[in-house]
Design a protein around this ligand. Sequence first.
Ligand code: FEO
Ligand code: CA
Ligand code: CA
Ligand code: CA
Length: 664
Amino acid sequence: RGRGGDTGGALTFEPVEQNFLDALVIPSGYASSVVMRWGDPVLPGAPPFRIDRQTPEAQALQFGYNCDFIGWLPLDDRNALLVVNHEYTDEQLMFAGVADEEGAGDISNEQKRIAMMAHGISVVKIRRDGPAGQWRATRERDRNRRITTDTPFRLTGPAAGSEYLRTSADPEGRTVRGTLNNCAGGVTPWGTTLHGEENFNQYFGTTAPISEQTQLAALRRYGVSPEDVPTRQWHTVDQRFDLSKEPNEVNRFGWVVEVDPYDPTSTPRKHTAMGRFKHEGANVQIAADGRVVAYSGDDERFDYIYKFVSKKTFRAGTDRATREHNMTLLDEGDLYVAQFTGDSPAAEIDGSGTLPSDGEFDGVGHWIPLVEDGRSMIPGKDVAWVLVFTRLAADLLGKQVDENGDLPDPANPVVIDPSKVPTKMDRPEDIQVNPVNGRVYAALTNNSRRTGADGRPGADEANPLTRSYAFEPADDEAGTPASFELQPGNRNGHVIEWEELGSATGDTFNWRIFLIAGDPDFPGTYFAGYDKSQVSAISCPDNLEFDPAGNLWISTDGNVLSTRNQEAGTIGGTNDGLFAVPTAGPERGHLKAFLTVPIGAECSGPMIPPDGRSVFVSVQHPGETTGSTVENPSSRWPDMQAYRPFPRPSVAVVYRPDGGRVGS
Ligand code: FEO
Ligand code: CA
Ligand code: CA
Ligand code: CA
């Protein structure tokens, strides 16, 4: 196993077992270390982390909470920048005395301000000291940066400055303070990072009833509930989160954010041309004609997959003028939403996951334009409206609308062109392009509501499950014991693979389901046709990554698998983890568990640098289980110390001490 000499891509590691351990479990022959923990210093002057001495000012200098996407950008042979999202906060695991996840009312205004500073993005200089793929944060903090809810962002694109984005603090509608709920992301070929603003709805509340019907409809479509009191209660410390006082502030979140990590003084941007929804993330590829194609999923049950195609073309080179040009590529372009059509008879898609008679869940896809050549494709609606209210715009496609572009009867829309109706998917998460075969892969994490009952959509060939085997915890009120059995909906999720026809900028693609997750011992699971007795169980695929050989790495969030325990019977919700699977050759579909994360955590942000010798993971929300608090946490990872008996979300790196390739 020569260091660097191993150019093959075979995944020869021994898979790890499902478990409930409070540990980062890795294959034999590997080592791991923690790179950054919540509270670690990022900027000069950051005080040492003390859970009982938190302040907003300290947190704004320290590593934030709930790390997610990880970007890696080279500086020189030994140094790199790590760019990390901080998606959200778990107050019950940050502050003593907060009872549970619903206990946000007990949170002081000072703690709300700390939580705001724990959101955002960190840029951290890291260094490799030895031959292996181990990286550490350096004490040189000159390149480091913290982006929080206070950092100014510039809006770009056609909706910037529009009436929907103006607020009393920003009457021009061009400058936003902060970024929220940054989930997945991507590194661009021009050396910037993209960050999806996902569940921004949870940060907004109101002190007065909202009665304006247009505003209400838009809020509801984005999951912002003006009736419920949000647990975070941020609107009590910052008026811009009060929907009744600043109705447009909420429209300034839900974008793809671009950061130039190489310049700590640069103003990050929010790209309105890429549309507004619960962006899981965004990843770009350069099409043959030089235009930039970016894919992004909208993570909601029954929401859509989108593609952005830039107007301008990418220029190779790293000089200042070239970089500045490339950093405008996402300012202007066309926006499309995906329709997946199956090629098998509908009667053969019975919701069980049984393959249709042609042997595959597959078909043809079409990219339906929402904005093309600078024009809105929704009659009666302008481009800015389509980009700010992208979910509503996508819902209108193919439907009969009145002269204002509205549905005459929203409860009973009339479809006039089925070829223009986008496909409602099972929670689209990360989308990544395979650098070896050029195919695009999308994780659909799960959808408990795809049942075909109670007016909900049933199976289609791209979302073929209406029932699946999953763990259900005991319900004391209902008197039901824990079980692992057939449950309604797609509980374990799946992964779709497609190839654009002709060009990545085109409007047609061929797709097929690559993987239907779950316990391979149970029917309805599928691993690209590979022998199921040889694969690891996997549930709830979320973030995707490729190694240089084109193997797909999949991290999971919300595992509903179970194991059988002799004393306890069926116990479930085994730890989430990271999996690797070849996408080509005779081993295509041979999925194996590479690591598992501690109790209560999801695994996110997998990142493999170009040399293939390390895999970074975000261990997000360790200890986030029912009833788990600072005083009585279910996880103590990674410190595992008596003086620090609580969990800390952290970025870890896994590598071979012999310097070998990860996966080998
Ligand atoms: Fe933040 Fe869609 O996972
Ligand atoms: Ca088929
Ligand atoms: Ca995610
Ligand atoms: Ca997720």
